[in-house]
Ligand binder design. Structure first.
Ligand code: ZN
Ligand code: MN
Length: 499
C-alpha cells in the first residue's frame, strides 16, 4: 500500500496522512518526553563534577557508585535550575517527593534510579510554538542519569558484542524529564517544539541542551487516528532520537507504519520501538506486556522537597525574557504577526535586539525583518550598528538602493562596520535614472519580440512566468542596479499600451 503524506493543514493547525488506497484521512498525534541534563557544577546527590567527556570513571565516589552505607545529599543548584525551567514552562511548583524506580541495568550501580513519581516538582504548564500552537506540559520532574555502556566488537549493540565497558561518570548527573502532552500534530511541529524547548533551556541557563553530546534526549509517543475521531489511538514510544532529523523521520515513518496496519485491520500493539537511522525505520523493543514493574516507593534517604514561596518568587523575578515573549515584543514593534518567519528567525538567531533597535531608530519594521531573515545569517551580524541598518532601509525605501544593492551593501556593513551611504558611494551604487531604465527595457523588448507577444497575450499564470524572463534580462543588463518594482511597473505600462 502506498501512502501519501500530505502537509495540508486542516483548520490551520492539523496535518494529515491521506491513504491513497482508501482515501481515509489520518491525523498524527505526538507527545514528546525530553530528558535534559542540568548545567550544574556537581552531580545530583554528591560532590562529583558534572562534566562531559572526561576520562571514564574519574568523576565517581561512593554515593554515585551506589556503595553500601553511602547517603545522598540533594544539590541546591539542581532544585534552583529545575524550578527555573519549570516556571519558564508556566508550571506550578509543588511539594515533591523522591522515589526509587527499581530495575537492573549494568550502567545503574544502585539498581534503582532516584526519580520523582507521583509527586513531581513542576506540574501542568505549557510551551508556545512559533507557529502559534500551545503544547501542554504535564510535568517536569527531577531524576538522576545513569552511566554509559559501550559495547565493543560486533555492531556496537549488546547482541554480538565481545565485551562491554561501563563509564559511571554520568551516573548521578541531574536530569529534568519534561513530559509534554499529545498536542503535536506533525513531524515539523515536533522539531519546532524541541527547538523552542532548547531555546528556553539556554535562556534560563538550565542546560547546555546539546543533542549531540546527549544532554538533551528525546522520546516520541506516536499514534494515529482518523480525522474527527475524539479517541486517541494506541501509541508507540520511539526511543533513541538523538537529532532533530531523526526525530522528524522517525515520526513520519512510525505514523505511516501505524496507518498501514490499521487500514489492514491489524491493531497497534503498545510498545517501545527503537529508531534505526541507517535503515530509516523503527524496530520493536520491549512490548508493554513484558513491561517492568518498577516497584516505585518513596526514597527513604531523602526528605520531601518543599521550596518556599519566597524562593519561587525570587526565581520568577530573575527569569529572562523568554523566546515567545521576545517574538511578541518584536512583532508588535515591527507591526507584523508573531508567527511571521522574519520574527521567528530574528529571535532564533538572537538578532531580535538588533532588529528592535533598528526599528527604534526609524527603520521600517517589515524591511528590517526581511534583512534579518534573508541577509543576516552570517557571523558578526550581531555586531551591526542598528542605526546603520535603519539607514540602509531608509535608502532602500527612498529608491536610492535596489533590494539587490542593499543586500550587497549590508554584507559590506557587517564586515567593515562602515555606514551604508559610504559603502554605496564606494561601490558606485546609484539609483538608475528612470528614462535610462525605460530605454533599457524597450531595447530588451525589441530584442525578444516572440517572448514579448506571448507575454502580452498570456493568461495570468503564464504571464507571471514570462514577466520573470524580462525582469531577469533587465537585472542582467543593468548588473542588478535596476529596481525590481520599477521594472515591473514599466513592463506593466508597456503591456497595457496599445500595440
Ligand atoms: Zn559521586
Ligand atoms: Mn526518565
Amino acid at each position: 500500500m502506498t501512502l501519501n503524506l500530505t502537509h495540508e493543514p486542516i483548520e490551520g493547525e492539523h496535518f494529515t496522512i491521506t491513504s491513497e488506497s482508501t482515501g481515509d484521512v489520518w491525523e498524527i498525534v505526538v507527545g514528546l518526553e525530553v530528558h535534559c541534563e542540568l548545567a550544574t557544577v556537581t552531580k545530583l546527590f554528591c560532590g562529583c563534577p558534572n562534566m562531559f567527556g572526561d576520562e571514564p570513571n574519574t568523576n565517581v565516589c561512593p554515593v554515585c557508585l551506589g556503595l553500601p552505607g553511602s547517603l545522598p545529599v540533594l544539590n541546591h543548584q539542581v532544585v534552583e535550575l529545575a524550578m527555573r525551567l519549570g516556571r519558564a514552562l508556566h508550571c506550578s511548583v509543588e511539594p515533591s517527593v523522591f522515589a526509587r524506580k527499581n530495575y537492573f541495568y549494568p550502567d545503574m550501580p544502585k539498581d534503582y534510579q532516584v526519580s520523582q513519581f507521583d509527586r513531581p516538582i513542576n506540574v501542568d504548564g505549557w510551551l508556545d510554538l512559533p507557529d502559534g500552537t500551545r503544547v501542554g506540559i504535564e510535568r517536569a520532574h527531577i531524576e538522576e542519569d545513569t552511566g554509559k555502556n559501550t559495547h565493543a566488537g560486533g555492531s556496537g549493540r549488546i547482541h554480538g558484542a565481545d565485551y562491554s565497558l561501563v563509564d559511571y561518570n554520568r551516573a548521578g548527573v541531574p536530569l529534568v524529564e519534561i513530559v509534554g502532552r499529545p498536542h503535536i500534530r506533525h513531524p515539523e511541529q515536533a522539531k519546532m517544539y524541541i527547538d523552542e524547548l532548547r531555546a528556553i533551556l539556554l535562556a534560563t541557563g538550565a542546560s547546555d541542551a546539546k543533542m549531540e553530546e546527549g544532554s538533551l534526549r528525546v522520546d516520541a509517543n506516536v499514534s494515529v487516528r482518523r480525522v474527527g475521531d475524539p479517541e486517541l489511538g494506541k501509541r508507540c514510544e520511539i526511543k533513541n532520537l538523538n537529532s532533530l532529523r531523526s526525530l522528524g523521520r522517525a515520526i513520519d515513518y512510525e505514523a505511516r507504519r501505524q496507518v498501514d496496519l490499521l487500514e489492514e485491520g491489524i491493531a497497534i500493539r503498545q510498545e517501545t520501538r527503537h529508531w534505526d537511522e541507517g535503515a530509516g525505520r523503527t524496530r520493536p523493543g520491549r512490548s508493554k506486556e513484558e513491561a517492568e514493574d518498577y516497584r516505585y516507593f518513596q526514597e527513604p534517604d531523602l526528605v520531601p522537597l518543599e521550596p518556599s514561596a519566597e524562593w519561587v518568587a525570587a526565581i520568577d523575578a530573575a527569569l529572562p525574557v523568554l523566546p515567545a515573549q521576545r517574538r511578541t515584543i518584536l512583532a508588535e514593534a515591527a507591526g507584523v504577526g508573531a508567527t511571521e518567519s522574519g520574527v521567528v528567525m530574528a529571535v532564533q538567531r538572537g538578532l531580535d535586539g538588533l532588529a528592535l533597535a533598528a526599528i527604534d531608530q526609524g527603520g521600517e519594521g517589515r524591511r528590517v525583518l526581511t534583512h534579518v531573515e534573508h541577509n543576516l545569517a552570517v557571523d558578526g551580524a550581531e555586531t551591526l550598528d542598528p542605526k546603520h541598518l535603519a539607514d540602509l532601509v531608509g535608502l532602500e525605501l527612498a529608491g536610492q538602493l535596489t533590494a539587490t544593492q542593499a543586500k550587497t551593501v549590508l554584507a559590506e556593513m557587517v564586515s567593515s562596520g562602515s555606514s551604508p551611504a559610504a559603502i554605496a558611494t564606494e561601490l558606485g551604487f546609484e539609483a538608475m535614472d528612470s528614462s535610462e531604465l525605460e530605454a533599457m527595457i524597450d531595447a530588451i523588448i525589441a530584442e525578444s519580440p516572440d517572448e514579448w507577444s506571448s507575454f502580452r497575450d498570456a493568461d495570468e499564470k503564464r504571464q507571471a512566468k514570462l514577466q520573470g524572463f524580462f525582469v531577469g534580462k533587465v537585472m542582467k543588463v543593468s548588473k542588478g542596479q535596476a529596481d525590481g518594482k520599477a521594472v515591473t511597473a514599466i513592463l506593466e505600462s508597456r503591456r497595457n499600451a496599445p500595440a
